[in-house]
Design a protein around this ligand. Structure first.
Ligand code: PEP
Ligand code: MN
Length: 263
């Protein structure tokens, strides 16, 4: 179902605010790694919207490497995201970690499957029963074929609204958090009709690398970007080092839009 050979036309996904993903425009998803408070998420949402973001991101259920790190505000975090959506009109994308939480996500616009759950086939099958867009991140060590097969798991159950997200893969290079596989963008777009968005934040782990890799991703044909933005990065409860300030995000938006219009 994900194969372009049998479905030549690009999949276009339409969200509540009219944003279309995969129609040739550039979708900008931005927001904090984790929802921390009502003030934090609303302030960031307003700022990224003013810069041109069309979707608000924010984690409520956080897949942290250490069990002693901040695990997210969970259901309360989802409530705060929905409040920010109400205030700004921005649709929201947020990560699900367990199929037992599915009911909590009924008002979420796009459900994110994180890199660590890309091959959680039980979860993928459950999400395949929904009529809701799913942002499927590439696994830490997943090949393109494995990633597309995970999309197939969701689509085989009936939900064909899948957005693929390249977020960097693990290589021997330790300077960056992951290695952004730019070649995956044109490859996946030739193999599949599904939209591809790129996450330069988790791909690099460093705020100053987000801008050049965001520009490169757009030049390579990405349908959108998902970028971490925080109003106080040094004090962020998660991923502060890779988070942009709202001002830095504004500058990235201007640059990627210039690249996009030059294509
Ligand atoms: C995230 O988006 O905050 C996240 C945890 O991403 P990934 O699954 O790509 O590591
Ligand atoms: Mn993060």
């Amino acid at each position: 179902k994900a194969n372009r050979k049998f479905h030549p036309d690009d999949t276009v996904i339409t969200l509540s605010n009219g944003t279309k993903i995969g129609d040739g425009s550039l979708t900008l998803m931005a927001g904090p790694c984790s929802v921390e408070s009502a003030e934090q998420v609303t302030e960031i949402a307003k700022a990224v919207k003013a810069s041109g973001a069309n979707v608000l991101r924010g984690g409520a259920f956080k897949p942290r490497t250490s069990p002693y790190s901040f695990q997210g505000l969970k259901a309360e975090g989802l409530e705060l995201l929905l409040k920010a959506k109400e205030e700004t009109g921005l649709p929201i994308v947020t990560e699900i970690m367990s199929e037992s939480d599915i009911d909590l996500f009924k008002d979420v616009d796009i459900i994110q499957v994180g890199a660590r759950n890309m091959q959680n086939f039980t979860l993928l099958k459950k999400l395949g029963k929904l009529d809701k867009p799913i942002l499927l991140k590439r696994g830490l060590c997943a090949t393109i074929e494995e990633w597309l097969m995970s999309a197939e798991y969701i689509m085989a159950e009936g939900n064909e609204k899948v957005i693929l997200c390249e977020r960097g893969i693990r290589t021997y290079e330790k300077y960056t958090r992951n290695t952004l596989d730019l070649s995956a963008i044109p490859i996946v777009k030739s193999l599949s009709h599904l939209p591809v968005v790129v996450d330069p934040s988790h791909a690099t782990g460093m705020n100053w690398l987000v801008e050049p890799l965001a520009m490169a991703a757009v030049a390579c044909g990405a349908d959108g970007l998902i970028i971490e933005v925080h109003n106080d990065p040094p004090h962020a409860l998660c991923d502060g080092a890779q988070s942009l300030t709202p001002e830095e995000f504004d500058s990235v938006v201007k640059k990627v839009n210039r690249i996009k219009s030059a294509l």
